[in-house]
Design a protein around this ligand. Structure first.
Ligand code: NAP
Length: 458
């Protein structure tokens, strides 16, 4: 083994260990930042190891790619708001999966039938998953960015058509294992996989989108792992498998959080307007700022329920100020965190950590729900779907069975939102019509800023 090979192997090994440690760190808010830095360092080592590879043909192309990629990455990191994270992630998956697909296509173009059965299997798997993830992620991006309708697009016989297409694609895959030289089959499989990606995501929409993003993440990772097998790159196999495995676990966790099964997400067309049964009786009651301040100031326990609106208003810091003001008056303050509140997994945890909210005050769904009946005031800050009681009470609702934060069981509920806007899933929320619920209209940050002042004066 020469020095160069030893350097490559050591940097790959170190990178793999750092990826694993990074993932471990990411599993807890206290260590998440450190975990991210470890993974970043691991990626740097993996890139350095790859750059000294003897098979590199032209450094000019690599430098050009590095400059363009780094510029785009930096711009995205700096300017894409956290509320747009799902579509940003979808775009990253699309490019990652396209890269895997292109490597597979070029390997097949160069070596074709000479690849042997094992490599042909890995290559076909890579191209199949990579291609469907590319187009699937682009459709997910378009839906989340509002470039196309975010609701499920369905038609009669859709599942049968999609499954038949998938079956033909899998037949191509199997035939290629036996006849690797049948290039027509390879390119047919490629086209079908691209088409299947579009068709897979079209019928999915509304609150199921986060699960799909996590699933596509998993596919992109597995495609990368298969690329590693084809080109004999160990770090790609390990990183891809970690990515694929963690993405899959995340999909399962999110499905559980929403009480849905993966098959239901993929084939259930959740969020389709035609299936929606909504209850929206009565009137919403507006409540004044001073009344809310008095209720809060004299409460024994207040529970804050942050949602997407808090994120988009960037109101986490002023929310913390309100909590401080209340705690000074002896009020017990807790934060109720729903697993899919906001627009990305852990969204609320990240924002509240940014505002230095003590982690011990963050309560998960099953811990906080039994506490609502003894809570004097539940303050909903720009949340909607995650507090929609229809999920619990209306079996005909499309979100029936999804676990919610049961704020309606608190003695009083105050909802801070700008107007009559619906949540991500487009449903009317009967909570807002309940007699114990008052609406404080306005931008979340502005309302909270005024509330801090009013609580001081109360
Ligand atoms: P939501 O259901 O999307 O509702 C957010 C509410 O915030 C809206 O009703 C809106 O009403 C209000 N709002 C928006 N801007 C505001 C502002 N500046 N100030 C005050 N209020 C504002 O939010 P959620 O309850 O957090 O539920 C999250 C939803 O997103 C779920 O359906 C979830 O499945 C989905 N999702 C989650 C993820 C994830 O990974 N967490 C990813 C993608 C999608 P007004 O317009 O009237 O103000």
């Amino acid at each position: 083994m020469d020095v160069r090979t030893i350097f490559i192997e050591i940097s790959y090994l170190a990178a793999s260990i750092l990826f694993i440690l990074g993932l471990r760190g990411l599993s807890h808010p206290d260590t998440a930042r450190r975990g991210m830095h470890l993974a970043e360092f691991g990626m740097l080592l993996a890139i350095l190891g790859t750059l000294v590879n003897r098979e590199i043909v032209s450094y000019e192309w690599i430098i050009a790619g590095l400059l363009i990629g780094s510029t785009i990455g930096l711009a995205m990191g700096l300017w894409v708001p956290m509320t747009a994270m799902p579509q940003r992630t979808a775009l990253s998956h699309a490019f990652g999966a396209l890269a895997a697909s292109l490597v597979g296509i070029s390997e097949y173009y160069l070596h074709g039938a000479g690849l042997g059965q094992f490599k042909m299997g890995a290559l076909s798997f890579e191209v199949l998953l990579g291609s469907l993830t590319t187009t699937g992620s682009l459709v997910a991006f378009a839906k989340l960015q509002g470039l196309m309708p975010g609701t499920p697009l369905t038609y009669k016989g859709q599942n049968i058509f999609n499954l038949s297409l998938l079956a033909v694609t899998v037949v191509c895959f199997v035939c290629l294992l036996v006849f690797p030289g049948a290039s027509a089959l390879f390119y047919l499989m490629l086209i079908l996989a691209f088409a299947f990606g579009v068709l897979l995501v079209l019928p999915i929409g509304a609150a199921d989108m986060p699960v799909v993003i996590a699933l596509l993440n998993s596919y992109a990772g597995l495609a990368a792992a298969a690329t590693g097998m084809v080109i004999g790159n160990n770090v790609l196999i390990i990183a891809g498998t970690l990515d694929g495995g963690s993405g899959f676990i995340l999909s399962i966790v999110m499905c559980k959080a929403m009480n849905r099964s993966i098959t239901n997400v993929l084939f259930g067309a959740f969020g389709s307007v035609s299936e929606t049964t909504q209850a929206s009786e009565g009137q919403m009651h507006e409540i004044g700022l001073d009344d809310v301040a008095v209720q809060l100031a004299y409460a024994r326990q207040a529970v804050f329920v942050p949602g997407y609106g808090m994120a988009t208003a960037q109101a986490q810091h002023v929310l913390r100020e309100l909590a401080d003001a209340l705690e000074e008056r002896g009020v017990t303050v807790k934060y109720a965190i729903h697993p899919v509140a906001g627009r990305m997994p852990g969204h609320m945890n990240v924002l509240l950590a940014e505002a230095s909210v003590p982690y011990s005050q963050l309560q998960e769904l099953d811990v906080i729900n039994p506490e609502f009946p003894s809570t004097d005031v539940a303050v909903v800050i720009g949340a909607n779907d995650v507090v929609n009681p229809d999920a619990r009470d209306n079996p005909k609702s499309i979100i029936a069975g999804m676990p919610i934060l049961e704020v309606d069981r608190a003695k009083t509920v105050v909802v801070l939102k700008r107007g009559q806007g619906k949540g991500f899933s487009g449903l009317v929320n009967p909570l807002f019509f309940k007699p114990n619920c008052g609406m404080l209209y306005g931008d979340a940050k502005e309302s909270l800023t005024n509330l801090v002042q009013a609580v001081h004066n109360a």
